[in-house]
Design a protein around this ligand. Sequence first.
Ligand SMILES: CC(C)(COP(=O)(O)OP(=O)(O)OC[C@H]1O[C@@H](n2cnc3c(N)ncnc32)[C@H](O)[C@@H]1OP(=O)(O)O)[C@@H](O)C(=O)NCCC(=O)NCCS
Length: 408
Amino acid sequence: MSTPAPTVRTAVDVRTATDSDWPAVELIDSVGFGYHPVEADLTLARTLTRTEDVVLATAEDVPVGVAMDLGFDLTVPGGAQLPTRGVTWVSVVPTHRRRGALRALLTELHTKIAATGAPLAALTASEAGIYGRFGYGPATVLDTVRFDRRFARFRDSTPDPGGVFIADAKSAAERLPGIYDRWRRLVPGAQSRPQAHWDHTFADPEAHREGASALFFLVHPDGYATFRRAGGSGGKEAATVVDELVAVTPDAHIALWRALCGLDLTVTIEAHLHADDPLRLQLTDYRLVRTTGRADDLWLRIMDVPAALEARTYAADLETVIEIRDPFLDAGGTYALTVRDGRAQCRRTDATARVSTDIDVLGSLYLGGHRARTFAAANRLSAADPAEVAALDIAFGAERPAVLGWGF
Ligand SMILES: CC(C)(COP(=O)(O)OP(=O)(O)OC[C@H]1O[C@@H](n2cnc3c(N)ncnc32)[C@H](O)[C@@H]1OP(=O)(O)O)[C@@H](O)C(=O)NCCC(=O)NCCS
């Protein structure tokens, strides 16, 4: 499809999309992200997102930008599942950039999100400079690692529980969703995963394999790994590229890593680990697993401060008054936050704030993925008394590291 070119100088309007807008939405996104979606991608997007949750920016009635949101439950520290709106497919055509189309789209989208009552909004960001102004903060940390599996020796103290078996795609499709669902209920940042997303995982479009093999599967009663074989010809070393490793228990975690390291005829293993993953400490050579990249993965925006803060559990008692600035939605305020035995009470108050920060910083602290003391050191969280920062820092700790379940 093509669209007649609107004049660059005309004003941008925003409206909710209709079913007939999908081809324009897909074209804008395809150009914005520089990829050609395959049928499975389009089916996924149209299944996960209702047309009424798509907003369009138009100039002279021609679509020039898009943003949409979809729903899932997101696990927060302590295991509560919070209704969350995932913002996705955000793009503006190159002829109409930097004229406020994104701001107009996100203003409209967040008005709609606020109306759903969801206490959290989430996204993954193409560039880290865009979303802070809209109240989103990076909430998880994901490392990319690489190591030569031929030198991987497990310490004598490392368990060898076994229990891993190989599975074909059909058997994996039956087993993985149940294991994932047990895992995501324990892990802050992980979301419920709709069947449409599993269908896309198992459709495994060739266009997304970057020249590697189709997916292989290792399954344990309490975990699984999906991976591809890359390289191995034209002088390139053969590599195992781990797509997902989900472990409900420590036994499943180490059993799966032992099985991956047992893939003879491959040299390197590439995978993603959260910063507290024990793998490095389970090997005799601490330096073997090298971090080659660090990414922000999940970004969070707190839509309802009291509801969000009362839903999670805390690592220590706390009594503070915190000012949260939220210029984008003009929804900031000062809150009395009291934690006893892990549970919080959060109420608006007229009392003087003892701690002050922006809503995007609260998003970064919320899952325990970043620390209050680090934001204080960065001059992005302030308190007259350093003891207030120390108390907040400890209380916001989570019992499990935050990990995004699936990208959207
Ligand atoms: C990112 C994108 C949507 C921005 O659209 P846009 O209409 O040019 O953005 P706006 O003019 O509404 O800008 C809104 C604000 O964000 C800022 N901004 C926009 N793009 C930015 C970028 N890439 N990096 C940093 N800041 C950016 C603007 O300076 C502006 O700031 P202000 O309102 O505080 O003055 C557009 O460049 C795009 O489609 N990029 C390719 C696809 C993409 O990366 N999408 C995001 C997916 S997560």
